[in-house]
Design a binder for this molecule. Sequence first.
Ligand SMILES: [Zn+2]
Length: 409
Amino acid sequence: MRLTIHRGTQEIGGSCVQITSGNRSILLDAGLPLGKSRSEVDLSEIDFSDVFISHPHQDHFGLIESLTPEKTVHIGETARKLISSTRIFLDKPPLSNTFSSIENRVWIELGPDFRVMPYLMDHSCVDAFGFLIEAEGKHIYYSGDFRAHGRRRQAFDWFLNDPPRDIDLLLMEGTMMGRENVAFKDEEAVEQGMLEVLRKHDDRLSFLICSGQHIDRICAAYRACIRANRVFVVDIYTAYILRIVSQRFSSLPDISRARNIKVLTKGLTAGAHYSKITDNRKYFGDFAHDIFLPETMITPDEIMAQPGRYFLKISNFSDLLKQLEQCSVIYSMWSGYLEEPKYHDIKQHRKVDFYEIHTSGHAVREDLQGFAAALKPKRLIPVHTEKADDYENFFENVFVLHDGEMLHV
Ligand SMILES: [Zn+2]
């Protein structure tokens, strides 16, 4: 078996790993870099038949749109739906890839002596997998992105209780090597933090800034609303994401079933979102109708009449801000994004009380150590990290590889 990490040995994002056995070659992830990258990856110059996408974050799947339909893209079904629908809201053409759905712990056979098994993990999005690759009697495990402090931490515990055996090579992410998970240790602490802000300012409108696809976070906000006796108001895009994900996990709030959740159908973002739905009526089906049911929809005027009753997750609230005296904003993403002017300006706004309430989507160092200890790899290769050289201080059998180098396993 041959391994080449085309990108990701010394950076976070843009992951792309190639594994070859005999005359068959596969990729693990085909991601876009998050910023300026060390390595260029041109998929048209790599000979492979299949790509396995660990999870629906751009830095892991972003390059698939350049692929022709002869290449098979293996991905979780909900992940694929999230990517497709988000493209509609972003005005991007549909993907023309050939997709194949992966399931937790179900082998994908690639040849008589070459197969891949996905392992469901806890991460800041749904359908996040690590991959076990078995070929020529050897085993490689690719961790993807994972953590042990989210709503699906059980997946991490199950993995540690019954890990894949005889691992020759472990490619393990280390986003949090050198970063601290400050203040909020897990999603429950995030929910509690949100609840305290909602209670403290119970006469004011509160806004949430977070990724619409971070379902753990959306649920933390929703649960905080119920506990604070507020109504959670989402934009049309977030409502649709909840619909897709709640079709798979029925405990998640869908706008038609759950109490205390409403959709903002007028205002800055509502018009833009709704035009995507009218342009793609067949794709969205009943959803186009459901958002306008009287028990589902809410207008800015209704919100302004009783601002302390609502917590809003909408993409743009500058029009509402103009009408308010004071409000609270809960910022719930990585602090690095605060340098972007759109967030920086909100933080500095005189009408805004700004709260940062966030926990990482990635495993802290102790959990990385537990993970590596369970897998007992013969060699551990750092990936998805800016601190590859630090691994040696915390793990055994570390082998630092560089982008583009080939390793025989
Ligand atoms: Zn990720």
